[in-house]
Write a protein that binds this ligand. Structure first.
Ligand code: ZN
Ligand code: FE
Length: 255
């Protein structure tokens, strides 16, 4: 039974996601930037929130938890490694654990790099992964806590999921990411086409997330650091994949 997915814009440029099972009426939330738009989305549909899945400790992903728990009694699940800096957890998760939303299993993947302890949730039967600030549409999160090799390993794991997987990331940063990506691979036709589509979507106020993993693989420079063509474009033919990834991330930090 596939879960229904709803994308909820929050704050200035964050996204939260609701997963809903029509048969049981159960709903789960991934990340809680603020309570009001999420409570409104639940009320509008008559859904009951059972669980809140947290990806990482940053305030723009957890600040709505207390109010949502108070209003709904939902259980809170998040990384064991971050338990000391997340809202109180009902269940602490580690890489390889599974969560369950109305019978659909979500695999917990450690995607540290943006923060140490950042996790993603992959629901293989629904072909969806919640990546927040690890893998983002045409980008990846800043390396606030982890070294480049940690983020590269995290992104490589996500890149290995099936290409049809829907990637639900945490922010509407795609337009800026597209402009930057074009500085890395100006001659990539898939990137040119996607950048134009992103531009059109944003000018009409439409979200650019979720995206599809196959399109990230074809266009997201942070998933392409291992490719000879990309290394050549940067004049880094002899460099390791991690060195090239680190260079792309460094350039984005000052873009
Ligand atoms: Zn973050
Ligand atoms: Fe964030």
């Amino acid at each position: 039974m596939p879960l229904e997915l709803v994308t909820i814009p929050c704050l200035k440029d964050n996204y939260a996601y609701l997963l809903h099972d029509a048969a049981s009426g159960e709903a789960a939330l991934v990340d809680a930037p603020e309570a009001a738009p999420i409570l409104a989305a639940l009320a509008e549909r008559g859904w009951a929130l059972h669980q809140i899945l947290l990806t990482h400790h940053h305030p723009d992903h957890v600040d709505g938890v207390a109010a949502l728990v108070a209003a709904t009694g939902a259980r809170v699940l998040g990384a064991a490694a971050d338990a000391h800096r997340l809202p109180p957890l009902d269940r602490a998760l580690s890489d390889g654990d599974t969560v369950e939303v109305a019978g659909s299993l979500g695999h917990v993947i450690d995607v540290s790099g943006h923060t140490m302890g950042h996790i993603a949730f992959h629901f293989p039967a629904d072909a969806v992964v919640f990546t927040a600030d690890s893998l983002m549409a045409l980008g990846c999160g800043r390396l606030f806590e982890g070294p480049p090799d940690t983020m590269w390993r995290s992104l490589t794991r996500l890149a290995g999921l099936p290409g049809e997987t829907t990637v639900c990331s945490g922010h509407e940063y795609t337009l800026g990411n597209a402009r930057f990506a074009l500085t890395i691979e100006p001659a990539n036709p898939a990137l040119q086409a996607r950048a134009a589509a992103v531009q059109a979507a944003r000018s009409e106020g439409r979200p650019t997330v979720p995206s599809r993993l196959s399109e990230e693989l074809a266009t997201n420079p942070f998933l392409r650091a291992h490719l000879p063509a990309l290394k050549a474009a940067l004049g880094m033919e002899g460099a390791s994949d991690v060195e090239v990834f680190a260079e792309i991330r460094r350039r984005k930090d000052v873009f």
